[in-house]
Design a protein around this ligand. Structure first.
Ligand SMILES: *Cc1c(COP(=O)(O)O)cnc(C)c1O
Length: 375
C-alpha cells in the first residue's frame, strides 16, 4: 500500500460513519483483524473449537511475540486475558508479598477498586501540578516506604499526560521493588520497552484489536513470586504460574484478531505510529485551544493523542457527547470523576483521535463544540 501512514491506516479499515475521536475507549479495527477473527470462528464450526485452536497456535504465538517486542519481555512471558482489569485482578489476587502498593494520585478508578478489593493498602506517589510523577521525590518515598508493589499507569484514561515510565523502571530496579505497569492506554502509544516486572494492556484501544481481549506479561522472576489461587497445581499434573493464570475459557477468535492487529501495528512501525500520535495530539490541542467554553488540560506538545477538555462555562460533558453523536456523528468520550477519583474533580470531554484524523475533522469538531453550546 502507498500513501502516508495516516492514509494507509485509514484505507486498511471500514469507512467511518462520521468522525471517530474515541480511540482511548475503542479504536476502529482493520479489515485484516476482522477477517482473521471471522475466519477463526468459521474454522471452529468446520473442524471443532479445540482443533481450530491448535491450528491457530502460530498466530497466537506471533501475537505474544508482538507484545513481547513492545514491552521488552519475552514471548513466553505473555498470556492473554479478557482485558486490562482482568489482568490486574489476576496479578493482585496472586500476589504473595506485602499487600501495599504505591501509585499515582490520578490512578485509574477501577484499578483503585481492584487494589482495595484485593486487600491492598494504597499510598500516593508524589506528582507535580499537572499530575506528572516527580521522579526524584518518588525515589525517596519508595526507598523509605518500600511498598510491596509499585504500580504506574504511564498514560491515564482521564488525562493525556505521558508519565516518566523509563525513569521509574530504573528507580524500581535499583531499589529492588517490583514495578507493575498498566499499559491499557500506553501500549502502541508510548515507548513501553522497559521490561518491567509486570505489564498489562487492552486490545481494543490504541492497538485497534477487538473488544474483550487483553494481555498480561510477567517477568519470570516476578511470576515466580506469585501464588495463583486457581486452578491448583497438582503434583501429578504440575502447572506453571502462567499456565494457572491463563487457565479458563476464552474467545479464541478475538485473540486471533488481536494478534493480527498488533502484528499490523508492528509492521506499520511502532515508532512511526507513536510519532504520528504525538503529532495528532498537538494538532488536536491547537485546534481546540480557541473553542469557547472549554479549556485544554494537557500541555500542547504532550506526546500523546489524548486531549481532554474541561468545561469553563457549565457545559455537561455527558450531554455534549450525546449531542455530538446524535447531531454530528462525532464520537468522543465523557469521562466522569470515577475514572480518577483522587484527581478529577469535574467530568471532562476526551478527544482521542487515531493516526488518521484530518485537520478538517478537527475543525468540524471545534465548530460542533461551539454549536453544542447553543444547540
Ligand atoms: C481502559 C483502561 C483500563 C481497563 O481496560 P479493560 O481492558 O477494559 O479492562 C485500565 N486502565 C486504563 C488506564 C484504561 O484506560
Amino acid at each position: 500500500m502507498t500513501g502516508t501512514l495516516a492514509e494507509r491506516w485509514r484505507a486498511a479499515r471500514p469507512k467511518p460513519a462520521g468522525v471517530h475521536l474515541d480511540s482511548g475507549a475503542c479504536s476502529r479495527q482493520g479489515f485484516a483483524a476482522i477477517d482473521a477473527a471471522a475466519q477463526h470462528a468459521r474454522h471452529e464450526a468446520e473442524v471443532g473449537g479445540y482443533v481450530a485452536l491448535e491450528a491457530a497456535a502460530p498466530v497466537l504465538d506471533a501475537g505474544r511475540a508482538a507484545v513481547a517486542a513492545l514491552t521488552g519481555l519475552a514471548p513466553t512471558d505473555v498470556i492473554f486475558t479478557t482485558g486490562a482489569n482482568h489482568a490486574l485482578d489476576l496479578l493482585l489476587a496472586s500476589w504473595d508479598g506485602d499487600r501495599s502498593v504505591a501509585c499515582l494520585v490520578g490512578e485509574y478508578g477501577p484499578n483503585l477498586a481492584l487494589m482495595a478489593a484485593n486487600g491492598f493498602r494504597v499510598s500516593p506517589l508524589p506528582v507535580d501540578e499537572h499530575g506528572r510523577l516527580d521522579i526524584d521525590a518518588a525515589a525517596e518515598v519508595l526507598a523509605r516506604e518500600r511498598p510491596g508493589l509499585v504500580h504506574l499507569t504511564p498514560l491515564g484514561s482521564h488525562r493525556g499526560l505521558a508519565q516518566p515510565l523509563r525513569p521509574l523502571a530504573e528507580v524500581c530496579r535499583d531499589l529492588g521493588l517490583p514495578l507493575v505497569v498498566d499499559a491499557a492506554q500506553a501500549l502502541g502509544h508510548l515507548d513501553c520497552t522497559v521490561a518491567p516486572h509486570a505489564i498489562y494492556s487492552s486490545s481494543r484501544k490504541w492497538l485497534a484489536g477487538p473488544r474483550g481481549v487483553g494481555v498480561l506479561a510477567l517477568h519470570p522472576d516476578f511470576a515466580a513470586m506469585l501464588r495463583p489461587r486457581f486452578p491448583p497445581s497438582e503434583p501429578s499434573a504440575p502447572l506453571t504460574v502462567l499456565q494457572q493464570l491463563a487457565h479458563g475459557e476464552s474467545n479464541a477468535a478475538a485473540r486471533v484478531g488481536f494478534s493480527v492487529a498488533i502484528g499490523e501495528h508492528l509492521a506499520t512501525g511502532d515508532e512511526d505510529v507513536r510519532a504520528r500520535l504525538a503529532e495528532v495530539g498537538r494538532l488536536t490541542r491547537e485546534v481546540m485551544a480557541d473553542v469557547a467554553g472549554w479549556r485544554v488540560v494537557e500541555p500542547v506538545d504532550e506526546p500523546t493523542a489524548i486531549t481532554t477538555l474541561v468545561p469553563t462555562d457549565g457545559a455537561d460533558p455527558h450531554r455534549v457527547r450525546a449531542w455530538l453523536i446524535d447531531e454530528r456523528r462525532i464520537v468522543t468520550t465523557a469521562c466522569d470523576a470515577r475514572r480518577a477519583p483522587h484527581e478529577l474533580t469535574v467530568p471532562v470531554l476526551r478527544l482521542s483521535p487515531h493516526v488518521d484524523v484530518t485537520p478538517d475533522e478537527l475543525e468540524l469538531t471545534a465548530a460542533a463544540l461551539s454549536d453544542a453550546a447553543t444547540g
